[in-house]
Design a protein around this ligand. Sequence first.
Ligand code: NAG
Ligand code: NAG
Ligand code: NAG
Ligand code: NAG
Ligand code: NAG
Ligand code: NAG
Length: 918
Amino acid sequence: MASPNAIRRSGLLCLLSLLISFVSFVEPRYVMLNDNKLNKANENVFTYSKVAMLNRPEKPTKNNFRFEMDQIEQLYGPANSLQCTMDDSARFDCHPDTGAHAAACEARGCCWAPASTLKVIDVPYCFFPTNYNGYYLDQAKNTESGFSSRLLRPSYSKSGWPGDVFELQLEVAYETKTRLHFKIYDPNNKRYEVPIPTPKVTEIPDALAYGVNVIPNPFGIAVFRKSTGAVLFNSEIPQAPLIFSDQFLQMSTATGSGLIYGLGEHQNPFLINSTWKQFSFWARDVFPMDNTNLYGSHPFYLGMEKDGSAYGVFMLNSNAMDVEIQPMPAVTFRTIGGILDFYVFTGPTPDDVIRQYTEVIGLPVMPPYWSFGFHLCRYGYKNSTEVQTVINRNRALGIPYEVQWTDIDYMDRYLDWTYDKEAYGTLPDVVKNLHDHDQKHIIIVDPGISNQYPGSYAPYDDGVKAGIFVKNATGQILVGSVWPGKTAFPDFSHPGAAEWWYQHANNFHKEIPYDGLWTDMNEPSNMGRGGSTVGCTNNKLDKPPYTPGIRDGDLTSNTLCPSAKHYEHNHYDVHSLYGHMEANATHAALQRILGKRSLVITRSSFAGTGQFAGHWSGDIASSWEDMYYTIPQMLNFQMFGIPMFGADICGFREDTTEELCVRWMQLGAFYPFMRNHNDIHSKDQDPAVFSANAQKAMKLALLLRYSLLPHLYTLMHDSHISGSAVVRPLFFQYPTDKNTYVIDRQFLWGDTLLISPVLTQGQTVVSAYFPRDLWYDIYEGQKIVGNGSAVQLQAPIQKINVHVRGGSIVPMQQPDVTTVAARKKPFGLLVALNVSMQASGTLYWDDGESLDTDKAGTFTSIHFTADKDQLTSQLQHVGYRSEMTIDSVRVMGLSSCPTSATVNSRDVTVYCHGETKV
Ligand SMILES: *[C@@H]1O[C@H](CO)[C@@H](O)[C@H](O)[C@H]1NC(C)=O
Ligand SMILES: *[C@@H]1O[C@H](CO)[C@@H](O)[C@H](O)[C@H]1NC(C)=O
Ligand SMILES: *[C@@H]1O[C@H](CO)[C@@H](O)[C@H](O)[C@H]1NC(C)=O
Ligand SMILES: *[C@@H]1O[C@H](CO)[C@@H](O)[C@H](O)[C@H]1NC(C)=O
Ligand SMILES: *[C@@H]1O[C@H](CO)[C@@H](O)[C@H](O)[C@H]1NC(C)=O
Ligand SMILES: *[C@@H]1O[C@H](CO)[C@@H](O)[C@H](O)[C@H]1NC(C)=O
């Protein structure tokens, strides 16, 4: 962003063309969506008459599409003796609970046989036979949006789990061309269903991208891609029967390729190893580690097919569950409550899948511009003087620095909506000082509300009056213990809770005018085991017949009793929604208090929480390994519709090192949410405490980030309106390049920047994969012709390698110490030409904080295109007017240095690097 005396203009962003003087001013254009009524496409509609209604033991008719797994066809036989012959990889666990033995197994109508490959401990010994007596289809009929059927289980057949539901209802809805929805529920008894809004569709769209096939006995449903026949969901596996009992429900799908991603929140490499793996789900306060259920619950995965097409599968269920992956390859969803409610998305690109998924769960919130700045926090600032000292010393470095946070230390006796008038007596001054410098302040709040000061602590007293606390099984307020000691827990599903939360947030805002809220401990976390201070009951909710493979093997561990009562539901059902509901109430409260956009960062999340909040990955360690894991985590949360993701830069637990912290600041400069945060037991890790060299490296990373904020903001806005991922794994852009499927040490911003961080101690060379495309080093412009292999890149300690994809135009802006200052600086364009000497890019711009700018049209959108020797800007929408100036255009990919350039026919200065021709 050099060239000080290049182009300068006032007014709206100047239109410019390089080299040849030519201006094209295109009126804002609105594309009308085609709303012609479409004919019902009969050929797409499953007609049940094609499927014979058969009863066991006859063989079901073969249907008219091909399976990818041949073995399925061979697996039928007479029902009187168990058919137990199959590959180990095709065994589906019939005894996931402990204590499996032959008699227990046979009592469930299952096969018992030691695995033939004894080394592999995960191969089940107890597994379903291929002639298991499960559900069969009855009374299928077409409906307005698809078809429905009864599913019946013979009365003599028992799953072995209490409360088999012998009659089920199947509803299949062709909701959109690319989205199938089916659910299986008990038509005779209303069961719990996740109380989040999902789209309702009543008419079958034209030209479905998928087809559906059903086999009647045993019931199985398959969804396939019409264009290729690839199977996207397939429960037509006789030895993986549907089970639907009161507290044990499961359904399996044979996945085509076994290449699957998602299933959070877990600490795991990005590509899921389909050897034998169990992921369990139940929101949990625990340090991130392998094979453990973590803070959030996202039962969604994205799969890649053999030809590079992508699909997605989502089970809308908030109960405790397991998702089991096995090398067949197959995936089993096993939940202990609710109903079986599935969505299948057909893509066909990976990003299409995410857009289709967020259409169901909700699009991500648009964060304010300032929230993309650098955030600093630690747990353990002794007093507000120390906070001011930290602010001063980092401000003195002249680094971009946007938000200072305070952790629970600021509170009076750890009570929400209070501050410690002694140690933190000057907190109001600190916040004022931040605001005077165009900086922001964010505070933590926890859900636990102390019950220790009745009569003198209004949040508790008012909460009791409003009846908004979670009750125990006998109807009294459930008492647990969190930071302030004994606490009650607000029930954010109670209709009065949001108002109560708003009132106290608003009152406190008058004392401490915070700019955003950090909702921690909302799994909800209850210190000490046992669900409440008096333990839990032994009823079927607290001690269910089956407990998924969650940490401690106990639903009551470190949280509330599952038998606790929320407004309409049991904690058993809504536990994993607690953080989601708190984020919803917190987001709503902030909008009311501030009247503009704000930032909520939540620890616990569920499908759709991105509508309200961003997420950080919790209490990770200051280790190289945990730093690496933040990349797969970030990529996962992009897929979960929570693009505003970050991890504690330099690590939370344990002491960081200077080298680790520098490398992490460099990586963190490419997290959408960038916060350095530290634990109370660890030594300081804010940039100011390191050596001058380290500070310089950190500053360079921050300057690069700030110069790219217009681009990041544009990507986030795309995500907000379309669900598109902001940060992407390489295969999102190169889905047919199979080498990219395992890459989770590099990532992309949108389709423009390739980031290749150093993730290993002592390393100053990075082996970086370059997909087939042209790439340019963002600093100097050296070209790399990607040929689908790794390139060794120099990565001295001051440098993070970032490459721009040929074909992109990246809007940039000169950085400054805050976004308020940077937003007044001139813009620049980085033009990276592709082989056809073309490039394009977009800038979305608004005031950075107003609500609903899309609806109000108070934004400006500019499209840039470069073609050979000419660069053109087109105003697509002009609704936000501010002074925007372009003062430099850097062009990469020219074969020779130009001798002159004009902007709207006026000559401007050209600088050209002899070697790189930039
Ligand atoms: C958020 O809360 C509001 C008010 O309670 C409710 O209407 C809405 O459905 C909630 N949204 C989600 C996604 O849960
Ligand atoms: C997958 O897991 C299996 C068993 O743990 C292991 O042997 C194999 O190496 C893993 N594969 C990959 C690609 O990590
Ligand atoms: C604040 O805490 C620091 C330790 O970080 C201590 O040195 C200082 O005296 C304290 N100041 C006040 C005003 O309490
Ligand atoms: C509910 O809470 C009350 C008061 O703490 C306690 O006496 C009672 O035993 C609790 N009930 C259950 C089922 O835990
Ligand atoms: C890719 O290019 C590099 C040189 O840039 C070369 O060493 C390597 O052999 C090429 N690989 C392939 C697969 O063409
Ligand atoms: C080059 O980039 C332009 C603009 O993004 C694009 O339309 C064109 O298809 C690209 N050409 C090649 C060969 O990738």
